[in-house]
Design a protein around this ligand. Structure first.
Ligand code: MG
Length: 479
């Protein structure tokens, strides 16, 4: 039995140890959990940032973020259109596993009855269970009915447009003409605060600015208590540069790249504001650590010509499983302790964010479901390589292509959004070496039957692990 004196000594020692640990831990909040911010653009192309080679779009803040942090050149989304891509990012699971993809209705619409099933565990739900404050700001597109909104999926608060900014159109005219006329009233779009509509039609000209102000306010408020504040997660999903294009007065005619360049300049400004807020708040809470990830939900909407973006040297764009549809310009940055800075040419995916965050905060993912992501924290911290060696490319509910290492095999292809273009099947599949030929120009299938066999095997194993689930995109609200 311990004497009172020994017990007192032991308690004092424990207290002293805790105090030292708190004082000298350089990168972690008081409870050891970092903050996470995901900034998600809509329909931004691989070639649309100056740090990814665009000659007339200027993105100084994203360039700085990529230079101080990591620029990822082989980073993929979970699908080539909005709804399934977002479902993949937030759950760490391919949308085929939760019914969030379809061959006919490829995304959710204002008359859709479905949404992300409540049984799914989003990044927000997972982090909230682990003591986080959580906020969704911006485009949702995972179901606009109350049971599917962010506040039903682990977010403490929501401020944004619940689907795409070209929906609810009430006048005739093209998205290009209406944007050129700045006719935001042509779209009867709702802006929501939690579960209430607070503005309709939303003035899209100031939407990027308002999302940014909301995020900056949240960062400052979340860190009000300094080191004793709860860690936070912000999902900042811009509605732009999805058409119709709108930007605030300050950015009008600011870019050599026209209205599209103006929109990207404003998003870049927004990124700078977020980084500034992170730096300011970290001065008040010196033991905090914040990770910021920037990427986009799918490639550029090419049929909109100069109102759509550019995939740079990658082939095709939004809606297709060519590289331009699913490989995104991505930067990862942290403050005050930087990630292992440099260009990362290894593979990563939005599917990896949930496992990566879980690892960085020191928690285990539930083991009752299949995840499609890998922990990328060794790459961020510079302690090891990416575990992601393959990528599965879905078009709707069909597996169109598989990447294994530098080789990518296309079993099916389709140029999306172009009338009259039919899906083509390829047997043997088309084969490209993405290292030698990132533009997918030169089919080398004839030279590598062994690699095709290996990728076929990988596809078969993957398909065998997919269980049929209820489709969420087909149902419509009655009446
Ligand atoms: Mg999109």
């Amino acid at each position: 039995m311990k004497t009172p004196l020994r017990l007192l000594k032991q308690i004092s020692a424990t207290l002293l140890f805790t105090l030292i640990a708190l004082t000298f831990s350089p990168t972690q909040a008081a409870d050891g959990k970092p903050n996470f911010i995901v900034i998600f653009a809509d329909d931004l192309g691989y070639g649309d940032l100056s740090c990814f080679g665009h000659p007339t779009i200027t993105t100084p803040n994203l360039d700085q973020m990529a230079a101080e942090g990591q620029k990822w050149t082989n980073f993929y989304v979970a699908a080539c259109v909005c709804t399934p891509s977002r479902a993949g990012l937030l759950t760490g699971r391919l949308p085929i596993r939760n019914g969030m993809c379809s061959d006919t209705r490829r995304v959710l619409f204002p008359n859709s009855a479905g949404g992300l099933p409540p049984t799914e565990i989003t990044i927000a739900k997972f982090l909230k269970q682990n003591g986080y404050q959580t906020a969704a700001i911006g485009k949702w597109h995972l179901g606009h009915l109350p049971q599917y909104l962010p506040t039903s999926h682990g977010f403490d608060s929501y401020y944004g447009i619940p689907y795409s900014n070209d929906m609810d159109r009430i006048v005739k005219g093209s998205n290009v003409d209406l944007a050129n006329k700045e006719d935001y009233k042509a779209y009867d779009l709702p802006l929501m605060r939690n579960t209430e509509v607070i503005e309709r039609p939303v003035d899209q000209r100031t939407i990027t600015k308002r999302y940014t102000e909301e995020a900056v306010k949240f960062i400052h408020h979340a860190q009000e208590k300094g080191d004793s504040a709860k860690p936070y997660f912000i999902y900042l999903a811009h509605n732009l540069p999805h058409v119709p294009l709108f930007r605030s007065e300050k950015f009008k005619d600011s870019s050599l790249a026209g209205i599209y360049g103006d929109v990207i300049a404003e998003i870049d400004w927004s990124v700078g504001q977020v980084m500034k807020a992170v730096k300011e708040t970290s001065e008040k809470s010196p033991h905090s650590q914040t990770y910021v990830i920037f990427t986009s939900d799918n490639g550029p909407w090419l049929t909109y010509k100069t109102h759509g973006g550019s995939a740079g040297l990658l082939r095709d764009g939004k809606g297709s499983t060519w590289e331009g549809g699913m490989r995104e310009p991505t930067a990862m940055w942290a403050w005050p302790k930087q990630v292992n800075s440099g260009v990362v040419q290894e593979m990563g995916s939005t599917l990896d964010l949930l496992p990566t965050f879980a690892s960085l905060m020191g928690a285990k993912l539930p083991n009752d479901r299949t995840y499609d992501g890998y922990d990328l924290s060794p790459v961020l911290l510079g302690t090891g390589p990416s575990q992601r060696k393959e990528m599965f490319y879905y078009h709707g509910a069909q597996l169109f292509a598989v990447r294994s290492g530098q080789y990518k095999a296309h079993f099916k292809t389709k140029t999306s959004y172009v009338k009259g273009k039919k899906m083509e099947e390829h047997n043997p599949p088309l084969l490209y070496h993405l290292g030698h030929d990132p533009s997918e120009k030169y089919d080398i299938s004839k030279d590598h039957p062994d690699i095709i066999e290996k990728i076929k095997q990988l596809a078969a194993e993957h398909k065998a692990g997919i269980k049929p689930v209820k489709n969420q995109l087909l149902g419509k609200i009655e009446g």
